[in-house]
Each structure stands twice: as C-alpha cells, then as structure tokens.
Design a protein around this ligand. Sequence first.
Ligand code: PMP
Length: 461
Amino acid sequence: MNKITNHMPTAQLQALDAAHHMHPFSTQNDFATRGARVITSARGVFLRDSEGQEILDAMAGLWCVNVGYGREELVEAAARQMRELPYYNTFFMTTHIPAIALAAKLAELAPGDLNHVFFAGSGSEANDTNIRMVRTYWAEKGQPERNVIIARWNGYHGSSMGSGSLGGMVGIHSQGGLPIPDILHIGQPHWWAEGGEMSPEEFGLMRARELEEKILEVGPERVGAFIAEPVQGAGGVIIPPDSYWPEIQRIVDKYGILLIADEVICGFGRTGNWFGSQTLDIRPHIMTIAKGLSSGYQPIGGSIVCDEVAGVLAACEFNHGYTYSGHPVAAAVALENLRILEEERIVETVHDETAPYLKQKFESLADHPMVGEARIVGMMGSIALTPDKAARAKFKADAGTVGYITRERCFANNLIMRHVYDRMIVSPPLVISKSEIDLLIQRAWQSLDEAMAQVKAEGLW
Ligand code: PMP
C-alpha cells in the first residue's frame, strides 16, 4: 500500500477511513456512502481540509482547543519532555516533575480548598475516578451505604461504563447495559424545551428541588454526591435559570452530600472565568477537568479534590489509577497551556472584551426568523431553532432533523457548528478575534437562511 499522506486524493483517504477506522458516536455506514471530511492542518481558529478549504472552527474541536491551533510553545513543551522523560508512572512511591508542577499549579488556580489532583487520561476516566473516589470516601467515613450518586437527564459526563451512567443520555444508556447501579437522575434546568408555562425562574427552582425530592425518596443517608456541569454542554449548552444553582447549593449543603462540578467544558476560561463554578457561584468538593486543561494538544484529564475528601482518602490505599495518570508529556503540555492562558491574559480578555462582543453579535441571531432564543455565557452559546418563536414550537420532523440540516449548511459554508437536536452550538477557541466573530456570525446567518429555505421546501416548517 502507498504511504498514506495528505497528498492522496480525498476519495482514496475517505475509502480507507470508511474501511478501517471505526468512528465514535457515528453510524459507520455513513462514511462509506458519503465520506468524511479529511482535516489536514489548522492555525488559530481555522481548520484546513484535504481539498484546501479553510473552515472556521466554532467548536474548538470538541470544546477543547482553548488557546487555538498551531501554538509552537506546546509543540516545544512536548518535544522537550519527550527527550527528558517520555514516560514514567506515579504508582509505586514515584513521581516526576511535570506531575508535581501541574498538580501544584492546578491547586493554585482552583477555587477554595480544591488543592489535590488525581490525574486521568480523559474526562470519562476522571468521572469514573470520581464515582470510586466518592464511594470510597464515604466507606472510609464509616458510611458505606452512601453509594448513590445523583446526576441529571441530558447531562454528559463521558461514555465509559461509569461516566456514561452518570450522564443522562438515553442514547448511551440504551447500549451496553448502563446505567450501573445506584446512579439516579433528576430533570435538567432546560426551560426552553421543558419549562412549559412557568417562568424560567420558577422552573429553575422546581428543577433544583427535584434534587431534594430524590434525596428524600432514596433516604439522605444513602446519597453520596450530586454531579452536574455548571452549564450543560453536550446536552445543548443549557444555561440554567438564575434561580437554579443557589437552590442546588442550598440542598447539597443541607444534606451534607458532596458536590461534583464537571468542569470538563466549563473549565479553563470557557465561561469567562477560570472555572464555571466561579461564574455560576458554586462550591464543589470535586471538579472534573480535561479538554481545555491542555487545549486538546494532549489527552489529559483529572479530578481536583478538596482538603476534606483528599484527607480522608489519604489514610487508605485507593486502588485506582491509569497507566497514563499524570503522563509526563501530557502534563508538561498542560502546564505550558496554563502558562499561555495566564501570561497572555486570555481568560481576562474573554471576560472583558471578546465574550461581551460575541454575546452582542450572537444574541442578534435571535432576530432570524428560524431562531427562538440565542443564549451565551462566556464563549459557549446556543440557539434554539423553531418555526414559531412565541410558542417555542417544534418542526414537522423528528427532533434533530432541522438541526442536522442546519449543521450541514454550516459545514458547506465552512463553519463548524454542532447541533444537539434542534439547537445549534458554538464554543470557539478562546483566542477568537472580533473580526473572526463577525465572520462566524455572518456564516451562521447565511447558513440559517439556506437551512430555512430547505426546511420550507421540504415541508418541515
Ligand atoms: N464531561 C463533560 C462535561 C464533557 O463535555 C465531556 C466530553 N464532551 C466529558 C466529561 C468526557 O470527556 P472525554 O471525552 O475526554 O472522556
């Protein structure tokens, strides 16, 4: 076989891909019939494909390339670390400089007394850690019956057995025997889709109080933790009503259960502060991190843990860990990524300048006839597609059909936006400039126009 390079014709690359590469969250047969778009390189906020097209990546990969593509410092950090020490573990009374430095740096950045880091290779792995850590914590405290972890429908925490169980995605639960026992779910604070006649504030309170109802139903002595994303990401960028989080915080405090904030998307500047917990004003005992931790340049995740939980665990042997926990190259790259975020004041620039600019432009999409609401916090936002704004109505098609059509129009217009059912999402690299934001909005508007014409032509309106 010829060496596979980006000089090969696209069709040949697509055929090889369809034949041998099994894609995540995809219908594999689609790749044989349609062929994947082959991404070959990237700079800043733009991807380039095998046909030489430049695509504005308004999703920062999978919500992760916070500092943008093409940062040489990260390449250098990886190369330096590979020369020095490409791999070593931290299991058996050993450690290494990148893991020490990254853990110490995260303890400095994280709020409150979140001073301890357990590393993983991804967000899913970190949430699996959290399940075992929380249950071990309570067992060590003499309360092994506190096994129940409450999470939310339409939350996303990963796709492994544990993290997929924490998530509330029915598509994930329907395959492979999830959820695992003692993971329970409550409703999400998704006013647009589920709020009915209630005001957003009333609805937010009602959804938060489902946590208290669930705790009382199970028995407070059995509940170990509640996990949630400060702002749901993969569920459709659901920004909760203002009433929601204060009530959740009140309830977890009242019953003394642990709060796990899944910061995999919200962390590292995405919401305009270092962590979503700061933006939403919550006090977690554990934060799940990944994605923006290394801006996606290396696979790394982890759990940042408070003094109390880490203190209790410190006395026992926690029989848990991954070959790549604290991988030195990934840790060195993450550390360099944090240096860039800090020294270039990227989080502050998002907070003070670019996110307010994006908010103003993004919210103007609500003037489009097919857009019901446009909501954004920091650099994560979504629009709801609807044929009738006032009624928050659905299309004459299965949920997601119009979202898919719109995503395909965006793709054809060299803009990557994702759809979750009939919501369109943006989460661009945090370094996006104002003129790039203008381009994003212009392409989004054009794609909405084209999608609306298609939806009407197909009788789906
Ligand atoms: N938690 C959240 C909030 C996520 O958005 C994701 C990934 N989209 C995960 C966990 C899982 O992370 P990973 O894909 O790295 O396993």
